[in-house]
Design a protein around this ligand. Structure first.
Ligand SMILES: C[S@@+](CC[C@H](N)C(=O)[O-])C[C@H]1O[C@@H](n2cnc3c(N)ncnc32)[C@H](O)[C@@H]1O
Length: 457
């Protein structure tokens, strides 16, 4: 395994190219978990390189394309990643001398490529070092798609759809907001503390904290002095890391003490934790996911947070519940859930500022597939909502296929549901990084009309 920051960054970028499915977070976790020899400084360089290259890949490739006689799609992907890492350091990391950026890239290439490839990397990076500032970018008036794709570093298909929906100026602002490194946002676990207490307790670990303007328990900050996992407040379960937009989803669900709630795509439990604290740890929560591993981690998370009302349930939402009844059907007196949250799998295009790898892995086709999956999952959980109960559908995507189109298809197929208002326009909330300074999320609240009784016990 690679043993320094640049080689590890190259390994991660190459792995992402090979397999589209693993998320960057998972790869980073694997790489850094196994008693990694990387020092703290190396880790911070590794993060800067991986996230920086993924964030700026489109612009870096434009510059590489300008200096290369070989077309980019003809260059070995490992060589291209070396060039991106080298160029990224020159342009964006002032503390790294240009000579170090070039020499380390050349050395990395030697480990896997022929001498003529090494000479190509050396020549291109030296040339770029002298002249990258003079590289012409496409003209925005003549070709806005190409211009924004190259200058702001986004795939053309995404720019095209945003331009059609938002126009040039707003698309530019959205791209800029996505390219800005976001703060770390956390949510106070009100079962253990409150926001004021947490602010005081965090003072020695974090320099500037700001309460989130909309979510009542949130706090944002940059550059903590120690790792989050090393903070006493974290170890004692005083908070979970969660963007403000994600916090607002659970506010829309508005679970109450004593409710029976299904967190239908619970994952690692970000929303489960919030639901439990809003319920003051009273009632019952079923946290469902198809991945057992995630639910095991969710269990540990609930222990850290002091939550005792969660039952986990491994279930594939493609499977109808009538066919394979999960254990929650045996809850004494069970006649459906008061509230269900479906935080559905999605393209993740609303969280590009945190996961820039998604820019390059998602395609238009994926959006259609996600839409079908989301409608299927909604149809599957809908009969589990008690008459008079609430169903919230949420995705971390701002794309209409996964937002309004899913909600509309659901309402058309389910006359027993209506959209319920709760301090939002028609029970719906949509957030954008450039307008709200938070992740892009869509959430909508459906209410099951009270007199329907077709729930199959
Ligand atoms: C957006 S994530 C949920 C995040 C989580 N709610 C949170 O706040 O941390 C979507 C989840 O859906 C799960 N999922 C994907 N396909 C599924 C399926 N067929 N059945 C059940 N869960 C599924 C994934 O494992 C993933 O954890």
């Amino acid at each position: 395994m690679a043993n320094n920051a640049r080689q590890t960054a190259l390994f991660i970028l190459n792995t992402l190219d090979k397999k589209r499915t693993p998320l960057l977070d998972n790869i980073l976790e694997d790489v850094l978990d196994q008693d990694s020899p990387l020092s703290r400084r190396d880790r911070s360089l590794l993060y800067a390189l991986v996230y920086g290259v993924l964030r700026w890949r489109g612009s870096l490739d434009w510059i590489i394309g300008y200096f290369s006689k070989t077309r980019l799609n003809k260059i070995d992907h490992r060589v291209l990643n070396v060039l991106r890492i080298g160029l990224f350091q020159m342009i964006y990391l002032d503390r790294i001398p240009v000579s170090a950026a070039v020499n380390t890239s050349v050395e990395m290439t030697k480990s896997f490529a022929a001498p003529w490839v090494v000479r190509f990397v050396n020549a291109l990076l030296r040339n770029a070092a002298r002249r990258y500032k003079t590289v012409p970018f496409p003209n925005i008036d003549k070709n806005p798609v190409a211009a924004l794709a190259a200058a702001k570093s986004f795939p053309k298909w995404l720019i095209e759809r945003w331009l059609a929906r938002l126009g040039i100026e707003e698309t530019g602002k959205l791209c800029d907001a996505i390219n800005t490194i976001p703060p770390i946002t956390i949510r106070t676990n009100t079962l253990r503390s409150n926001r004021e207490q947490l602010i005081n307790a965090l003072e020695s670990d974090v320099e500037k904290m700001k309460p989130t303007p909309y979510a009542p328990d949130g706090l944002s900050f940059f550059n903590p002095k120690i790792l989050i996992s090393e903070m006493d407040t974290f170890k004692n379960g005083w908070f979970q890391v969660q963007d403000e937009a994600a916090q607002l989803v659970t506010c829309l669900l508005n679970p109450r003490a004593g409710d029976t709630v299904l967190d239908a795509c619970a994952g690692l439990g970000g929303k489960t934790g919030h639901i439990a604290q809003m319920m003051q740890n009273q009632g019952h929560i079923v946290s469902l996911d198809c991945e057992k591993k995630k639910l095991l981690r969710l269990r540990n998370e609930t222990e850290r947070l002091g939550i005792s009302i969660v039952e986990t349930c491994v279930h594939d939402l493609y499977e109808p519940f009538e066919k394979k009844k999960p254990s929650f059907f045996k809850i004494p007196g069970f006649c459906g859930f008061d509230r269900i949250l479906l935080d559905a799998p999605c393209s993740g295009l609303g969280v590009l500022r945190r996961n820039p790898d998604t820019k390059w892995s998602v395609s238009k086709k994926n959006l259609k597939r996600y839409k079908q999956k989301q409608i299927k999952f909604l149809n599957n959980v809908a009969p589990l909502v008690k008459p008079g109960g609430i169903l919230v559908y949420a995705v971390c995507s701002t794309e209409p296929e996964e937002n309004e189109a899913v909600a509309e298809a659901f309402l058309n197929q389910h006359p027993e549901f209506e959209t319920g208002k709760r301090k939002t326009e028609n029970g719906k909330r949509k957030t954008f990084p450039h307008l709200d300074n938070m992740d892009g999320f869509f959430s909508i609240r459906f209410k099951r009309v009270p007199d329907q009784t077709d729930f199959d016990r």
